[in-house]
Design a protein around this ligand. Sequence first.
Ligand SMILES: [Fe+2]
Length: 233
Amino acid sequence: MALRTLMTRKTLASASSNQGLLHQCRSLQTFSLPDLPYDYGALEPAISAEIMQLHHQKHHQTYITNYNKALEQLDDAIAKGDASSVVKLQSAIKFNGGGHVNHSIFWKNLAPISEGGGEPPKASLGWAIDSNFGSLEALIQKMNAEGAALQGSGWVWLGLDTQSKKLLVETTPNQDPLVTKGPSLVPILGIDVWEHAYYLQYKNVRPDYLKNIWKIMNWKHASEVYEKECPSH
Ligand SMILES: [Fe+2]
């Protein structure tokens, strides 16, 4: 996740001397938009270039801008000992921070067909899917059904429970990351089912978007995440 460091200078009255002001430098990490690992048009015809560009440059960027703003406000509120503002900022941090986390995962979950997008998982992740869901096709059907049934906006995930070492399918509302469903859950792949992810191309037919997204799924990346989290399987 891209980070940059913003130096903030806080001027505080020195409690221990009469010689004026003490300047204290602190660093606040802020976030910036990660580059996509492919061109905007590279996922066509499954997802149009127009959707990808708007989704990345406008939607993801807006989450990052608002996340950074909320973090700066939080920093100020903590410095001032303003407990009420610290609490008030939590929903903006969850929503916009979650938006940044989820979209950063989503871009890596996709790949152009020419670069292996849609090729089924092999080795350990392939075996784990077969043993947890019966087959890859059964997993896809389950994720498509849960993604289509999700009311409003949200995400459908293939996750790994790092304690039980089991794969599971979960949905989260709004921009909640998978970890909000359990501290031991790690996303193997996530699908954005917000209307902004498909409406320009698929209108209201979310099931068609879900059907086509598997043609550009980056199972190679998903396998790498799985093997890192679950090296003994
Ligand atoms: Fe999105």
